[in-house]
Design a protein around this ligand. Structure first.
Ligand SMILES: [Fe+2]
Length: 293
């Protein structure tokens, strides 16, 4: 198609969609082009702004390594990660859900761990925490033999993959639920942490004068054939950044209830509800650990 006016460009691109054999791919690409062109017209994108945007998109890839996933971090910072999660869980977005963002820091291959064992694989500062989780189905029946990956950042504000000072797989473990659907571990009470801002995510947050903190949380990934696999996060109700999470992931259903014991340690119990559905492990956003400088 020969273009005569700016309006013709959209029609020219959409006209090429008819070759796309896969119906879903065709639907997504047609909607993407329609919305993207409408966006460019809506904000009257300048050539300078377009060049800056291209630079940022390229930088997302350049910033991504085996131990860091910038695209996932940025999608969370725009609220897209949690929107996708909430649209695909809780009866397709109609009910509260314990599902939450996988986040950019999940690594596969965490050590298989006995219930009640510790996530600490190198000395880690913090107040002791005993966690007990229950995995149930939608009728509140226990789900036994579910595999539960657990991970969280250290109280210095870094996941082990970001921090050569921590042992490989520190604060990560893989548990299996018992007959009563329970799993348990010991660790340190998580603290809030800053997400990395040395890439495009930092440019975005800086342009909006936003902070880069995440409220303290524990991560979970629960897999059991017959049920929809969910990632989850359980948040600290007293964290000062609960209302302003830089990743827009805090939901009412995921605010935990810590109990402080007389010796200064903490207990936390939480129940995760699985929906019937496809069990499918997500692709891990990172595969390795940063090397010591
Ligand atoms: Fe996290």
């Amino acid at each position: 198609m020969i273009i005569e006016r700016q309006e013709d460009v959209t029609q020219a691109v959409l006209a090429e969609m008819h070759r796309t054999p896969d119906a879903r791919t065709k639907e997504i690409l047609a909607a993407l082009v329609t919305h993207l062109h409408a966006f460019v017209r809506d904000v009257k994108l300048t050539e300078k702004e377009f060049q800056a945007a291209i630079g940022l998109v390229n930088a997302i890839g350049q910033k991504t390594t085996a131990s860091h996933n910038e695209a996932m971090l940025l999608s969370g910072s725009l609220g897209v990660s949690n929107l996708v999660c909430l649209l695909n869980n809780g009866a397709l977005g109609t009910r509260p859900t314990q599902a939450n963002n996988l986040g950019p820091f999940y690594r596969a291959g965490a050590p298989h761990s006995e219930n009640g064992s510790s996530l600490l694989r190198s000395p880690t500062p913090g107040q002791p925490l005993s966690f007990k989780g229950f995995v149930v189905d939608e009728k509140n029946h226990p789900v036994a033999d579910a595999e539960v990956d657990v991970w969280h950042s250290s109280t210095v504000g870094l996941y082990e993959n970001q921090d050569p000072a921590q042992a490989d797989m520190n604060l990560r473990g893989k548990f299996v639920t018992a007959a009563d659907g329970s799993f348990s571990f010991r660790s340190v009470k998580p603290a809030g942490y800053p997400v990395p801002i040395d890439g495009p995510t930092g440019v975005l947050l800086g342009a909006q004068r936003r902070h880069n903190m995440r409220p303290a949380h524990l991560h979970f990934l629960i897999y059991k054939p017959g049920f929809k696999t969910i990632a989850s996060q359980v948040y600290d109700p007293e964290d000062p950044h609960l209302e302003t999470d830089s990743q827009f992931a805090v939901t009412k259903a995921l605010i935990g209830n810590y109990t402080k014991r007389g010796d200064g340690s903490y207990e936390l119990e939480f129940t995760f509800v699985l929906e019937a559905g496809e069990a499918r492990m997500p692709r891990a956003p990172i595969t390795g650990k940063v090397a010591a400088a």
